[in-house]
Design a protein around this ligand. Structure first.
Ligand code: GAP
Length: 601
């Protein structure tokens, strides 16, 4: 899909209360959780403003050491689903593509947001966002002229002056560039990873041995020159997408080969009908949703459910997650059905984080037409079909002599013509030519047709990795009490926590340090990121790891030397259990992979 309103605080208010769940972190008079999270993220090396020493540029961020590791882990969970479970291989296309790609895809002509300029502070603004903040509904789908009029009483989001008369323009969001010296060739930084997978269709088809369905996936940077990005990690000019393009037979969209995996997966769905009627969500299994025509087909339902499972796995709480169907006027013109996974943020309301769309055959048709390369699949019938066919066989000798250099074009035109008993009329180079009946023969035959060429449809789950990372950070942030002090703790899922275990010697002497180092090494051999820390009081060390979300800590004390046991501490409950040293790597591995829970050790 191209654009859709990302944040709609009104809709979050319209939600039934079972959807709204807020922990009491936002205290009156204190910073809200966004500020606490971003403060921690900067201080502890998750997220930094980019090129800070020159003054940061809005819409760009750096992932610091812990942020980059967490992001990698999120991407790897995504790979567990899409590459390992689904068997869709990953490809990697350039982030710059030539203009022809984006002319065909429609981005050059249509990938634009509505923009206006504040007459007071001169700030450029997203016109639909200004209007929505001013209480105007459906601003995203209004025409520029109507939006211009509607904006008059609205306040500038930057200086808060009433805008008055402003003009609304369409601003194309693609970053342009030139390829090679001398500006010979126009290029664009890709605004989505998807197009690379569409233009590679022919090669992908061969790779998958000419059989549908198949999928290609890609994780990489996408670029959009957002007009006024003011929402931290939510709206970036350079961001990471993880997209899957699943190519299916148009008549098999209700036959996902593994549908049974999620057929009974039951979750609340905010259908377009329910949104229009301002009614609560429906809780349905995927099977029911497809049978009742609420979700367009099994493929879309399968990836809606899988996305729910994936987001929960990385630590998104189900009560802060909803799947919202696009409204008819929001749906991209080529899309059949589209569901957004939206995550409730303390600061931003419901944030679109994943879009799952049935893109039909739009993209492949567009690239086939523009490039002249067929983007079809030959579907062989089980049994050849007997089909009547009329063949027109020209009398080559006579026609060739009579029409010389036009003869070839006449043969071709004859093959397509509908002859009468007198002959056939054909048009060659704009000239109408009558070919008498004795210059060709009409043969009616029955032929065996082995199959047909079809253009596959595309189902596209498209994930915004940065928005997933922000949601993880925001939802993980918590404060509780430990040893009579406030403890800041990031309750990150062990699947995505950057540091998986901390190893502490109680004292950095008497052989405790050597034993702790050895344990760290055995953990590293299990591919576990284990951080060794021997500086400061043990309580301080626990607090430091709690603050970056390290789920487990192994402590070596004096009993360890004698009994060959250590303690494993659980970040969330702060409980400790003593385990034999030789069982530490296996236990930590099982805890990190979610195979056992701390209470079960
Ligand atoms: N190929 C389909 C596509 O690109 P989209 O809804 O425009 O669809 C998919 O983008 C996801 O990419 C969004 O749900 C969002 O998570 C992420 N995304 C889009 N624009 C973004 C931006 N400016 N900053 C951060 N993430 C963005």
């Amino acid at each position: 899909m191209f654009r859709s309103p990302v944040i709609d605080p009104d809709r979050s208010i319209a939600q039934p209360s079972d959807w709204i769940y807020r922990r009491d972190i936002v205290r009156p008079g204190s910073k809200d959780v966004f500020e606490s999270v971003m403060d921690l993220a900067k201080r502890r090396g998750f997220i930094w403003p980019t090129s800070e020493c020159y003054g940061a540029v809005a819409g760009f961020i750096d992932y610091g050491p812990l942020g980059a590791m967490m992001k990698r882990r999120v991407e790897n969970v995504w790979r567990e689903f899409y590459v390992i479970q689904e068997g869709y291989y990953e490809i990697e296309c350039p982030t710059i593509a030539q203009e022809a790609v984006f002319i065909a895809s429609g981005h050059v002509a249509g990938f634009a947001d509505k923009m206006c300029q504040c007459p007071h502070c001169k700030e450029f603004l997203r016109a639909d966002h200004v209007a929505e903040a001013g209480g105007i509904k459906n601003a995203g789908t209004m025409k520029n002229e109507d939006l211009s009029l509607a904006l008059a009483p609205c306040k500038c989001l930057a200086c808060e002056e009433v805008l008055g008369k402003v003009e609304v323009f369409s601003f194309n969001l693609m970053f342009g560039t030139s390829i090679g010296p001398g500006s010979q060739r126009t290029g664009y930084l890709r605004p989505e990873t998807a197009q690379g997978m569409f233009v590679d269709f022919g090669r992908l088809l061969r790779f998958y041995r000419d059989k549908l369905p198949f999928g290609a996936v890609q994780i990489g940077k996408s670029y959009r020159n957002e007009i006024s990005p003011r929402q931290g990690m939510i709206r970036l000019r350079e961001f990471t997408q993880a997209e899957a393009e699943i190519f299916v037979h148009p008549n098999s969209k209700n036959c996902h080969p593994m549908f049974r995996r999620y057929a009974d997966y039951t979750m609340p769905l905010l259908t377009s009908d329910k949104q229009l009627a301002d009614e609560p969500t429906l809780t349905l299994s995927m099977q029911e949703a497809v049978e009742r025509g609420i979700i367009a087909n099994e493929y879309v339902a399968y990836y809606v459910a899988m996305t729910h499972a994936l987001l929960v796995k990385i630590g998104i709480r189900p009560e802060r997650l909803r799947f919202r169907q696009h409204l008819p006027d929001e749906l991209a013109h080529y899309a059949n059905d589209c569901w957004d996974a939206e995550i409730l943020s303390d600061r931003f309301g419901w944030v679109e984080t994943v879009g799952i769309a049935d893109r039909t055959d739009y993209d492949l048709n567009a690239h086939a037409k523009a490039s002249g390369t067929p983007m079809t699949v030959f579907i062989q019938y089980d049994e050849p079909e007997k089909v009547p066919r009329r063949r027109i066989i020209p009398n080559m000798g006579v026609l060739g002599k009579q029409y010389r250099n036009k003869a070839k074009a006449i043969f071709d035109a004859l093959a397509e013509s509908t002859p009468t008993p007198e002959g056939a009329d054909v048009v060659v180079d704009g000239e109408k030519i009558h070919i008498p009946k004795d210059l060709f023969e009409v043969r009616d035959e029955i032929v065996d047709v082995r199959g047909e060429e079809i253009v596959p449809h595309v189902i596209e789950p498209s994930y915004g990795i940065d928005r997933m990372c922000y949601a993880i950070l925001e939802q993980a942030y918590d404060e509780d009490e430990a040893d009579g002090e406030t403890r800041v703790v990031m309750r990150l899922s062990p699947k995505v926590a950057p540091v998986q275990v901390a190893v502490f010697p109680l004292m950095s002497r008497d052989g405790l340090d050597t034993m702790a180092r050895e344990i760290q090494e055995t953990l590293q051999k299990q591919n576990i990121l284990a951080e060794y820390d021997d500086s400061g009081a043990i309580g301080r060390r626990y607090r430091r790891q709690d603050e970056i979300g390290t789920p487990f800590a192994v402590t070596v004390d004096y009993d360890s030397l004698e009994m060959q046991t250590v303690t494993i501490r659980d970040r969330d409950s702060m409980k400790q259990v003593r385990v034999p040293v030789d069982r530490v790597p296996g236990t930590i591995r099982a805890l990190v992979d979610g195979k056992v829970k701390f209470g079960e050790i």
